[in-house]
Design a protein. Structure first.
Length: 168
């Protein structure tokens, strides 16, 4: 998905630059046509008109050149802004995907742990969580108290272990 978004943004930027270049070419073509027309007028009208036309043509060329530079600069700037925004978007999507992956892994870890515990309970000869503590042996109660790190367990009676386990 990220590659598709980047590709679409790249295609969009390329289209913007191509359109800008086409506009610049059209302007240059129009300027060229203007030169041709101006040349015929210069030739036909004489030296004074030729001087005036040259001056006007130079201004037109300067304006066209400035305009073309502006259009190219604007297209470049728009392309850069679009690429920067796309880069930010890609980083954000990547971060979101990474976070979702981490959450999925955490959930998978929890499911795996519960499944493993159930499998162990299914084959473990010790009493299950549904068996009352009173039916457990003192050794089993002591082992469970060790797992829960209950302090003072070594000196407790079976009844005290049961009470401590229920309080834990």
């Amino acid at each position: 998905m990220t590659t598709t978004v980047v590709r679409k943004i790249y295609d969009f930027n390329k289209a913007v630059v191509d359109a800008s270049v086409d506009t610049a070419r059209s302007v240059a073509g129009a300027v060229g046509d203007g030169f041709t027309n101006a040349f015929h007028i210069f030739r036909d009208t004489g030296a004074t008109v030729v001087g005036q036309a040259q001056s006007a043509t130079e201004r037109t060329v300067d304006q066209a050149s400035t305009s073309a530079k502006q259009v190219v600069g604007q297209a470049r700037s728009a392309g850069e802004r679009t690429m920067n925004q796309a880069s930010k978007g890609v980083k954000e999507v990547t971060g979101q995907a990474r976070a979702q992956g981490e959450r999925a892994n955490e959930q998978l870890d929890r499911v795996t742990e519960r499944t493993a515990e159930r499998a162990i309970d299914a084959v473990d000869p010790s009493p299950s969580s549904g068996t009352p503590y009173e039916q457990w042996s003192k050794a089993e109660l002591y082992e469970r108290a060790q797992e829960l790190e209950i302090d003072g367990r070594s000196g407790m009676s079976k009844q005290q272990l049961i009470e401590a386990l229920r309080s834990a």
